[in-house]
Design a binder for this molecule. Structure first.
Ligand SMILES: *[C@@H]1O[C@H](CO)[C@@H](O)[C@H](O)[C@H]1NC(C)=O
Ligand SMILES: *[C@@H]1O[C@H](CO)[C@@H](O)[C@H](O)[C@H]1NC(C)=O
Ligand SMILES: *[C@@H]1O[C@H](CO)[C@@H](O)[C@H](O)[C@H]1NC(C)=O
Ligand SMILES: *[C@@H]1O[C@H](CO)[C@@H](O)[C@H](O)[C@H]1NC(C)=O
Ligand SMILES: *[C@@H]1O[C@H](CO)[C@@H](O)[C@H](O)[C@H]1NC(C)=O
Ligand SMILES: *[C@@H]1O[C@H](CO)[C@@H](O)[C@H](O)[C@H]1NC(C)=O
Ligand SMILES: *[C@@H]1O[C@H](CO)[C@@H](O)[C@H](O)[C@H]1NC(C)=O
Ligand SMILES: *[C@@H]1O[C@H](CO)[C@@H](O)[C@H](O)[C@H]1NC(C)=O
Ligand SMILES: *[C@@H]1O[C@H](CO)[C@@H](O)[C@H](O)[C@H]1NC(C)=O
Length: 503
């Protein structure tokens, strides 16, 4: 092996490793557009995210109320510099520093801001701003460096996949060369700051615009018979879906400019569930199929044919249907939920258990364990109705869940409510070992227990989420340690009455 080959081999290994390291935390998040006639209150948005176990979101701005509501939830947040603010930031690093102070530093670390997307599809929607785009990223980044947050918070800019020409075969793809004067320094910036390329990937539009040259099943990530797979004749890599094809086209286009170790995050992808008469493929069924297959595909860490096993984290477009969006009917129908938090369709996600849990068919409850120690049950009950912020008013005398008046029944009510308020998060039905998940519905008489998650059926309460300080999915009552709290608990004897303090 002569030395250039050895070197390139090393570079190859290095690039695999650096992509691999990044891929360990694969996730599916959601974009939160706000162009709704009645935008839910930020506390309701956060309750929906928790109920659906969505732990990664992208905002299209850096709305203060939303960032406050996201504080101490463990949810990772990407904030955005809107295109309207881009020119100012790209022309002045003090404007950029102010933006970071006001929109990031004011909320971090309580709100776990992990990325800043600077502008949106700037090269295609705001070509006049293209020449200041990289400056804007650099200024925002240097403000983070000044606060020593550049390792925690990545800076990038979402690109439309339409700037990639000839995406099939992916090995021949290249960036529109008239944009090279921006793309090259942009990739240099992303590489030198260990950031990632943000790509908006819309197989729906590619399919629509291809005059059915692209098969619907290929666009929808449906399993294909092997004779329908698309072979890239240059690499002999075999493609089974448009999503991978577009992501690989981006990898190849970067490699052509000699950037081969920048990971890709898909900042937007999705499928509309409804369209006008000229949009026959915008259907509930197709939207459900696309997003369900997408989630499974991404979380399976299959990677793409060019980089197998290198997961591509992805944000679904989008959380809510945005009824105020102009344009074709499909524009208003990309959401997973309506403004009341009712799901537009129930994803086919049996077993994925990570995001957007499809559990309405399969309700689970949290109940006090048979034979659990009475004192421990009482302490856990007091905690749930106190610091845990469960509304325990139904347990008061004369209310529907007062009978049977024993600690086991009351604790079960409180545990179950807490468990659902926490979006059935793992560890949220433990209570120091005195509680367990069950499929038996403990409802009795007029005392009805929450069985499907909060917000599923438009029953979203206007709750303020309990301020759990933990930052990971294991946040549980355990984290508080009843032992240490017992003093506080004693002071809260009669916490059932005291619970109203927390409402
Ligand atoms: C802003 O730019 C000036 C001149 O380029 C530089 O001296 C200064 O350090 C920059 N400030 C920040 C916060 O990056
Ligand atoms: C934010 O999330 C990242 C990724 O999970 C985690 O490593 C980090 O500790 C979190 N930061 C805060 C301040 O919670
Ligand atoms: C490349 O970009 C230029 C200017 O941004 C645009 O006019 C042109 O249509 C693009 N080419 C293709 C093939 O998309
Ligand atoms: C990429 O690297 C190769 C080999 O080092 C070189 O020949 C080529 O000119 C480079 N391409 C670009 C766009 O820099
Ligand atoms: C999940 O990944 C494995 C290999 O890593 C692969 O065999 C399987 O087909 C993948 N499943 C899906 C649904 O992508
Ligand atoms: C998920 O939803 C689908 C469609 O409604 C349903 O057929 C399936 O049984 C559900 N799976 C679970 C585990 O609830
Ligand atoms: C859910 O909504 C449907 C229709 O709006 C209603 O019939 C049903 O009773 C609701 N279920 C619950 C548990 O609230
Ligand atoms: C929800 O609560 C917030 C703050 O407490 C309040 O401003 C808002 O009006 C409430 N929304 C509804 C629908 O009750
Ligand atoms: C939760 O965090 C706040 C500030 O972030 C802090 O004041 C408070 O003591 C923390 N509570 C617990 C129980 O750790």
């Amino acid at each position: 092996m002569d030395s250039p080959m050895a070197l390139s081999f090393l570079l190859f290994i290095f690039s695999l490793l650096s992509l691999q390291a990044f891929a360990e935390d694969v996730f599916v998040g959601v974009n939160i557009g706000t162009d709704l006639s009645v935008m839910p209150h930020p506390t309701q948005v956060v309750a929906l995210l928790k109920a659906q176990q969505i732990r990664h979101v992208r905002l299209y701005d850096a709305d203060g109320a939303m960032l406050i509501a996201l504080a101490n939830t463990g949810i990772q947040v990407m904030v955005s510099v809107p295109n309207e603010q881009l020119l100012g930031i790209g022309q002045s690093n003090s404007t950029a520093a102010n933006w970071v102070n006001h929109n990031v530093l004011a909320h971090y670390p309580a709100t776990n801001i992990t990325a800043i997307s600077v502008g949106s599809e700037v090269l295609t929607t705001l070509p006049n701003a293209a020449k200041i785009l990289v400056n804007a990223l650099k200024y925002i980044h240097s403000a983070l460096v000044a606060s020593n947050l550049d390792h925690q918070i990545k800076v990038s800019t979402p690109l439309s996949s339409s700037i990639i020409i000839d995406s099939f075969p992916p090995s021949q793809a290249f960036f529109n060369s008239s944009l090279d004067s921006v793309i090259v320094p942009l990739l240099g910036f992303l590489q030198s700051t260990n950031s990632f390329l943000m790509l908006n990937v819309y197989p729906y539009y590619d399919y629509m615009q291809s005059n059915r040259y692209i098969m619907l099943d290929y666009a929808l990530l449906k399993p294909l018979p092997s004779n329908k797979e698309a072979i890239d004749q240059n690499t002999l890599l075999s493609y089974t879906n448009a999503f991978d094809t577009i992501v690989d086209a981006a990898y190849f286009a970067m490699a052509l400019l000699n950037f081969s170790n920048i990971p890709i995050v898909v900042s937007e992808t999705g499928w509309p569930s409804k369209g006008g008469s000229n949009e026959p493929d915008a259907t509930l069924d197709n939207a459900n199929t696309y997003n369900s297959n997408l989630i499974r595909h991404v979380l399976n860490k299959t990677g793409t044919p060019k980089h197998p096993g290198i997961a591509v984290s992805t944000y679904i477009y989008e959380l809510y249907n945005e009824d105020m969006k102009s344009g074709p009917i499909s524009e208003k129908n990309w959401g997973l939920f309506d403004a009341n938090g009712r799901s537009i369709y129930i994803l086919h996600l049996t077993g994925s258990g990570l995001v957007l849990a499809n559990d309405t068919m399969n309700p689970t409850y949290c109940a006090a364990k048979d034979g659990a120690d009475r004192k421990m049950l009482q302490a856990a009950l007091d905690w749930a109705c106190g610091p845990g912020r469960v509304d325990c008013s139904a347990l008061l005398q004369g209310q529907p869940c007062y009978e049977p008046d024993n600690v086991m029944a009351h604790a079960t009510y409180a545990f179950n409510t807490y468990y659902h308020q926490m979006g059935k998060m793992s560890g949220s039905c433990n209570f120091n070992g005195v509680a367990a998940v069950t499929t038996t519905n403990p409802s009795h008489g007029s005392c009805s227990f929450i069985g499907s998650v909060v917000g599923r059926n438009g029953t979203l309460a206007n709750i303020t989420a309990p301020s759990m300080n933990s930052t990971n999915s294991d946040s549980s009552a355990n984290a508080y340690g009843y032992g240490a709290l017992s003093c506080a608990v004693m002071m809260m004897v009669g916490a059932l009455l005291g619970s109203s303090i927390w409402l």
